[in-house]
Design a protein around this ligand. Structure first.
Ligand code: SF4
Ligand code: SF4
Ligand code: FES
Length: 286
């Protein structure tokens, strides 16, 4: 990517931009439809700013979801011109189009307009037991010290811990598109995240869940990699799922930490190396 590729196209500021936003109120609409709005492109305007301006000045009925406005909470993921984005992190000027088409994440029911119902995402996440499980439960309940971890051990799972649960990976996943029972990339990558956390003893408990090793679990993933392409935080769920498959296969063949030959090699990151956004540095430094 050239150094100027990310520069806003300042010449477009002040120009009128057309927005087509998907509208749907399940209480009165039989099917979704698109509604058009026009806005003057302002310096620094994000897609979320544009939606907020439409709501404030043109159409108070427009619904969207947002909270942090800084790419942290995951609330504002939506499809913009056919691709998944965090609306609060997406400059309209960088979309390089005078027509901006906004629709909710696919593969979820629509609650209203561009607000998807993310229940399936959170139910899957909950099902994989997304927390540290330890055998020393007394120490967990009444800790007498810290559960220490070396920086190298942190690196084993750090990129997966950057997931903000925006749901974009499920929206992009072809398996999720055809099977709403599939656990999905977010939860399976989270299962891997805990599996490799040096403080966790919960592999057996987690692997025994239907969500992980059941018929709708990780074996339904065909490693298409669309989830990793979609992630706005640089997480690579497809890689986590393949690494988790290897661990689960090793468990099946007698608990030995060896895997069948075809999975013996550690998969590399599922995206072309040049495309991999680096996970941001930790925000808390020791
Ligand atoms: S790699 Fe697996 S989880 Fe990711 S998009 Fe493909 S099928 Fe879905
Ligand atoms: S893995 Fe990425 S795309 Fe999926 S929910 Fe987490 S942050 Fe969003
Ligand atoms: S509003 Fe929180 S990520 Fe966009």
């Amino acid at each position: 990517m050239s150094p100027t590729e990310n520069q806003p196209k300042t010449s477009r500021y002040g120009q009128e931009i057309k927005f087509r936003v998907l509208r749907f109120n399940p209480e009165k609409d039989r099917r979704p439809y698109y509604q058009s709005y026009r806005l003057v492109l302002e310096r620094g305007m994000t897609v979320l700013d544009a939606l907020m301006q439409i709501k404030e000045t043109q159409d108070p009925t427009l619904s969207y979801r947002k909270s942090c406005r800084m790419g942290i909470c995951g609330s504002c993921a939506m499809y913009v011109n056919g691709l998944p984005y965090l609306a609060c992190q997406t400059q309209v000027s960088e979309l390089d189009s005078d027509l901006i088409v906004v629709r909710p994440l696919p593969n979820y029911p629509i609650l209203r307009d561009v607000v998807p119902d993310l229940r399936s995402l959170f139910e899957s996440h909950q099902a994989i037991k997304p927390y540290i499980i330890r055998q020393d439960t007394d120490e967990m309940d009444n800790p007498t010290g810290e559960f220490k971890q070396a920086p190298r051990e942190l690196e084993d799972y750090l990129q997966f811990a950057y997931c903000i649960k925006c749901g974009a990976c499920l929206a992009a996943c072809p398996t999720c598109a055809t099977d709403d029972r599939f656990t999905g990339p977010q939860a399976l990558a989270a299962a891997y995240r805990y599996q490799v956390d040096s403080r966790d003893d919960g592999f057996e408990e987690r692997a025994a869940t239907e969500a992980v090793d059941g018929k709708n679990g990780l074996w339904r993933c065909h490693f298409a990699g669309a989830c990793s392409e979609a992630c706005p935080k640089g997480v690579d769920p497809a890689l986590g799922i393949q690494l988790l498959k290897r661990k689960i296969l090793a468990r099946r063949v007698g608990g030995k930490q060896t895997a069948p030959a075809q999975l013996a090699e550690t998969p590399t990151d599922s995206r072309p190396q040049n495309d991999i956004p680096k996970a941001p540095p930790p925000t808390v430094k020791s």
